[in-house]
Every structure is written in structure tokens, then in C-alpha cells.
Design a protein. Structure first.
Length: 281
């Protein structure tokens, strides 16, 4: 087996050594990639890779997912960060996690990946993918943006807001949730549209059926586009069109816990369902 060790910033050498030791003990091959490495050279090394092992927080997992998903490579996240909502294994249990993978004692959970196209005047400016969401946000002198929304060829409406989020079910617990969107079970194929501070109080989030593309036309800008919380935003001008849909390949996430553990994770990581005032004993 060939394992890609995808390490994030702050990943110390000792945990890499621990991972490599397990991989070599199972007669596997290991190679390292840095989170901020150029995409093209990194992609070339992923040929015949069996597993992408991310070492970091949720940001590192998201970056690793963008490499793994289009190539059909399973991904296993090891949490070195604070929250680790997307990851499966804590750093202290990395040896056990890798051993279970090599022994085949895991299940694969599939997640929808978002594909995004930005075009201007009929020309494609950029193509990107993301696991969580794409955000169209106001920028510069614009106090808000006006966006025309079309879904599956059907006009939905025009909204004025600070911005618009299109998220996957996985991304429903990220920025979309912070902006007032609903929580979706992460294996669902639906896409979610969440207006950010809309001018009209009647404008609310919408969940769209699988297979429908969401087209956002910026009627009044300027705006910025970010995918999965990228540090650098891409400028979006008035008249630009952003098309969002599901990538033909889904991300394969290595899981050791049962499917219903997602709801336990909501309570443990996000505090969902926990009383604000602890019970008196």
C-alpha cells in the first residue's frame, strides 16, 4: 500500500515518524506532502496512492480532501488541532487508526464535493472544488451584493445580502451553520443555499435536491469568492456568473465509528442538545 502523509502547519516530526513506522511495519510505502505545496506536483505523486492521511486540523483535512476526492483516494484525518470535527482519529491513537485501516476494519463514508466555475462574458475564469462551501461576499465599497439565483434552469429570485453561501451537507456544520443554516446529515447529496444577513427578513436558507446546479449571477458588486475558507479570495465583478454543482466523484472518508456517531459528534464538538445550565445533583 502507498500512503500519502499530508501534513499541515505545526505538524511535528515525531507524529510523522510514528505514522511512517506503522506503514513500514505493514510493508507499505509512505511519502509526505505539505498542505501548502503546489497542486500540480502534489497531484502527480498521488498516482497509485491507497490512502491520504491528513495530520492537522479541519483546514488540513479540507485541503487533503480536494486532492483525494477527484482521484477516488480514501482519506483518514488525524486531529492535531483544537476542534477536529471532520477528522476521525486523535493524535494519541494514530497507530491504532492506521492498524485498523491496514486490517480492513473500517467503513467508507461518501461525501459530496462541490465543483465551482466562475465565468465572465462567456469565458471561464476559474474552476475549483471544495468539500464545505463556496462563499460570495461583498467587498470593496459594496455594502451588500445583489445576486440573481437560478437552480436547475429555474429562476428562484434576486436577493440583496452581505453575501451568499452554497454548501454541501458536510459544509452545513461550518460557515453555513454560523450564518443561520440548518444541519444536514453529512452523507446527503443535497446542496444548501444560505443568504448572509439578507436585507429582507423573509429570505431564508433553502435545501435543493441532488443533481441540481445552482447559478449565482452578481447583479451588483463588487464581491469576493472563497472556497472552503481559503485565505486568498478571488475577485468577482458585476455580471460575473458562479455555477455550483456536485462533482461527479464523491469523497471517500475512512470511518471507524458507526454512522449514528455523527449525532454524538454534534454534541461533543458543537455542544448541540446540551443544556445551557447543567443539571443539579
Amino acid at each position: 500500500m502507498k500512503v500519502c502523509i499530508f501534513r499541515g502547519p505545526g505538524c511535528e516530526a515525531d507524529i510523522i515518524e510514528r505514522a511512517v513506522a506503522v506503514i513500514h511495519s505493514r510493508h507499505g510505502e509512505a511519502f509526505e506532502l505539505q498542505r501548502d505545496a503546489p497542486i500540480e506536483p502534489a497531484a502527480a505523486q498521488l498516482k497509485d496512492t491507497t490512502l491520504v492521511l491528513t495530520l492537522g486540523g479541519d483546514g488540513t483535512f479540507l485541503a487533503g480532501a480536494r486532492l483525494a476526492a477527484p482521484r477516488g483516494i480514501p482519506i483518514l484525518g488525524v486531529n492535531l488541532g483544537r476542534l477536529g470535527f471532520l477528522t476521525e482519529v486523535e493524535a494519541a491513537h494514530i497507530e491504532d487508526g492506521l492498524a485498523r485501516f491496514f486490517d480492513g476494519k473500517y467503513r467508507t463514508e461518501e461525501r459530496t464535493i462541490l465543483k465551482v466555475t466562475l465565468s465572465r462574458g462567456g469565458k471561464t475564469l476559474a474552476r475549483s472544488i471544495g468539500l464545505n462551501e463556496v462563499v460570495i461576499d461583498h467587498s470593496g465599497e459594496a455594502r451588500m451584493v445583489r445576486v440573481e439565483i437560478d437552480v436547475g434552469g429555474q429562476a428562484v429570485g434576486i436577493i440583496d445580502a452581505d453575501g451568499v453561501i452554497v454548501a454541501t451537507a458536510t459544509g452545513s456544520t461550518a460557515y453555513a451553520l454560523a450564518s443561520g443554516g440548518p444541519i444536514l446529515e453529512p452523507t446527503l447529496r443535497d446542496l444548501l443555499l444560505v443568504p448572509m444577513s439578507p436585507f429582507a427578513l423573509t429570505v431564508r436558507p433553502i435545501v435543493f435536491s441532488p443533481g441540481l446546479d445552482i447559478t449565482l449571477t452578481v447583479v451588483r458588486g463588487p464581491a469576493e469568492m472563497r472556497i472552503d475558507g481559503a485565505r486568498r479570495a478571488r475577485g468577482v465583478e458585476t455580471g460575473d456568473i458562479v455555477r455550483c454543482g456536485a462533482h461527479p466523484r464523491r469523497l471517500k472518508v475512512v470511518r471507524f465509528s458507526p454512522p449514528e456517531s455523527f449525532y454524538q459528534r454534534l454534541a461533543e464538538k458543537l455542544g448541540w442538545g446540551r443544556p445551557l445550565v447543567p443539571k443539579q445533583t
